[in-house]
Design a protein around this ligand. Structure first.
Ligand code: NAD
Length: 641
């Protein structure tokens, strides 16, 4: 079961977080999948609003999945976290500025990264069990994912209080502090969601809204304003120590758990942000200055170690509470120059794409991507290139620094070799798409190699032939994670007219093998029928007219007619120059029978088609000709050979 479910239901774009055992903690892949879905739904008129909810009754989302960040950070890889946070913040910004209603249902814990996806939309629903918090200071970070904006906008000094104590808000508190909008009893949520899906309008929300039970923040406001107004963390600590209320003692206890550098930076951030020019962009920019440096220079690794890895809950912070130097705060929050957060849509526009294998199919596919505005670097051992594509000297030159690498190669063993070289030079978070037709095993192996290197992978063989490749009307059958597919989809939309996500790694190849087993058999059937029709004295044009509109129709007849001069233009009109070479059909039929063998499936038509194409290629004149050249073969033959 996937970690996230993204689908269209009625008028709604639907997102359901689906890691209930991990309290729906947000992984990198989940972020990318949500972003890709939002990009797709933005201009889709069928989608009137977006609804996000989560499986399970323990959390909407307890935060970002930080295990990977920790491992990479410990190994000295700071770039991974920097890229993760930049991509996550871009998603938070997209939700904040989304042009359609974005409705979130926030049961139980909504914390950290959960706030980033749950508390920036237009309709934020809380219920009886909701608990919202920004606990980042406890692990050596600062309130981020746009949370600093909400904190800066909260009444009085609530932002400082919530940000550095990490106090949990119930529904009433969350509405008061500006983290939520509507309280609705949770047993009504399924009906409300159904109504949103059916109608595409958010009316049902206000109709079901109730007053939440009283929280605590409203009553504490005066104390909070008095005690959390200090210029720096040390002032706040002094004010709390000089106050003999239970509230002050309790707050001090909470602050003792958290990283002093993080708390000092949080206060400074809120002071800098508050004011008339406050924007989400500014908040995210400031947050990123801290998180960009957090793994290398902050207390982040120590915070995770103490809280999650060793669970000893005795972190050794860099500074004590009262003596965080102003210079240390300044250093964490100074501008990042060329590394500053870029919220521009770096999703899937103006990409650098390495395209390897510029043959009959690859060349026109690459040309279409270039035409759409992407920067294409192409490599083919045969030295071929394509329109708008910069020819490069080797695989490394195609793959290094590319956002996406696409391969269109003859077979699985070549794919494995090429993929190994390309992946070694690709950056983490980049995308590898293989569009060749290969065996399921090679597809899975390639996908695993990519995943091990932190690269998203999709096996996406195509159907539609060179006509589809040139015209941008291919069908893609894709295997891979939800996130990888979502990221690849805009490119499939350029090169094709349809892309089906068939399942996990290898599922695209499985679909392709089945499709081409049918294609091989129908092409043979079409060719033998034309040869029979000839001998029966039936005109080929008439034969085409009848069959193409009767029950014998197929792609082989209607779109790729093997008879020259009949039907739409096809390789038959070009002396059977491939098109789709007979050897490639033989390869695909071999793959289908190999797969059938492994899973013990009975495929007699596929087996016979394989035998005929084998004879055609190995013993007759099929090699180097289009797979539809079976027709001249049958013409020459009699019933006994
Ligand atoms: P092709 O032989 O025309 O193209 C393959 C290209 O890969 C060639 O130009 C070759 O020089 C290049 N190549 C081989 N090894 C390489 C390497 N190590 N590094 C770089 N380049 C290398 O074949 P095609 O018709 O373009 O088909 C490509 C793939 O698409 C195949 O897997 C095929 O089964 C599949 N396919 C083809 C069609 C079709 O109609 N042609 C339709 C659907 C799927």
């Amino acid at each position: 079961m996937s970690d996230i479910s993204i689908r269209n239901v009625g008028r709604a774009g639907r997102i359901t977080l689906n890691r209930p055992k991990a309290l729906n903690a947000l992984t990198y892949e989940m972020c990318l999948a949500i972003e890709a879905a939002l990009d797709q739904w933005r201009d889709d008129e069928a989608v009137a609003l977006v609804v996000i909810d989560a499986e399970g009754d323990r959390a909407f989302c307890s935060g970002g999945d930080i295990a990977e960040l920790y491992e990479r950070g410990r190994a000295g890889d700071f770039a991974y976290g920097q890229k993760f946070w930049a991509d996550e913040y871009r998603l938070n910004y997209k939700i904040f500025s989304y042009p359609k209603p974005f409705v979130s249902f926030l049961q139980e814990f909504t914390m950290g990264g959960g706030v980033g996806i749950g508390c920036h939309g237009s309709h934020r629903i809380v219920g009886e069990t909701s608990q919202i918090a920004m606990p980042e200071c406890g692990i050596g970070l600062v309130p981020d994912v746009g949370g600093s904006l909400l904190l800066a906008l909260a009444p009085g000094r609530l932002g400082e209080y919530l940000g550095i104590t990490a106090v949990r808000m119930d529904a009433d508190d969350a509405i008061f502090a500006g983290f939520a909008d509507h309280f609705i009893l949770q047993d009504q949520w399924p009906d409300i969601i159904k109504s949103l899906e059916e109608t595409g309008v958010a009316d049902a929300i206000t109709a079901a809204e109730k007053s939440p039970p009283n929280g605590t923040l409203r009553d504490q406001q005066a104390q909070i304003d008095a005690l959390f107004a200090g210029e720096a963390l040390s002032d706040v600590l002094t004010d709390l120590r000089n106050d003999d209320s239970d509230f002050a003692a309790d707050a001090l206890k909470k602050l003792q758990r958290n990283a002093p550098l993080s708390m000092a930076c949080t206060i400074e951030m809120l002071h800098r942000l508050r004011g008339p020019s406050l924007t989400m962009e500014k908040a995210l920019d400031l947050e990123y200055r801290f998180t960009y440096r957090a793994t290398e220079h902050g207390d982040f690794l120590e915070g995770i170690r103490a809280a999650i890895i060793d669970k000893d809950r005795t972190p050794q912070w860099q500074f004590a509470g009262t003596d965080v130097p102003t210079a240390a705060v300044g250093k964490m929050l100074q501008p990042l120059g060329k590394n500053a957060l870029n919220l521009k849509d770096t999703g899937m526009k103006n990409l650098t794409i390495g395209f390897i294998g510029l043959g009959n199919m690859g060349a026109p596919m690459a040309a279409n991507l270039a035409k759409a505005g992407h920067k294409l670097r192409g490599y083919d051992v045969a030295g071929t290139t394509a329109e708008g594509v910069e020819a490069v000297a080797d695989i490394e030159a195609a793959a290094k620094g590319a956002d996406v690498v696409i391969t269109m190669l003859p077979n699985g063993s070549i794919l494995r070799q090429v993929a190994a070289q390309a992946i070694a030079h690709m950056a983490q978070g980049a995308l590898f798409i293989d569009c060749s037709t290969v065996d399921v095993e090679s597809a899975r192996n390639t996908s695993q190699a990519a995943e091990n290197a932190g690269i998203l992978a999709v096996d996406a063989p195509v159907s539609g032939g060179i006509g589809g490749a040139s015209g941008g009307t291919l069908t893609f059958m894709a295997g891979g994670t939800e996130a990888a597919f979502a990221k690849a989809k805009p490119l499939f939309d350029i090169m094709g007219q349809k892309a089906v996500h068939c399942g996990d790694a290898g599922a695209g190849q499985a679909a392709k093998i089945c499709n081409n087993m049918i294609l091989g058999a129908t092409m043979i059937a079409t060719c033998e029928a034309f040869a029979l029709a000839d001998k029966l004295g039936l005109d080929r044009e008439r034969m085409f007219d009848v069959v193409s509109t009767s029950s014998g129709y197929s792609w082989s007849m209607n779109a790729y007619c093997p008879a020259p001069g009949v039907g739409p233009k096809s390789p038959a009109d070009n002396g059977y120059t491939p098109g789709f070479a007979a050897e490639l059909m033989l390869k695909d039929l071999g793959l289908s029978q190999q797969a059938a063998e492994v899973v013990d499936a009975d495929t007699p038509m596929g087996a016979l088609a394989l035998e005929l194409y084998k004879r055609f290629v190995d013993e007759e004149d099929g090699k180097g000709r289009d797979f539809s050249a079976m027709l001249p073969r049958f013409e020459k033959r009699s019933r006994n050979g």
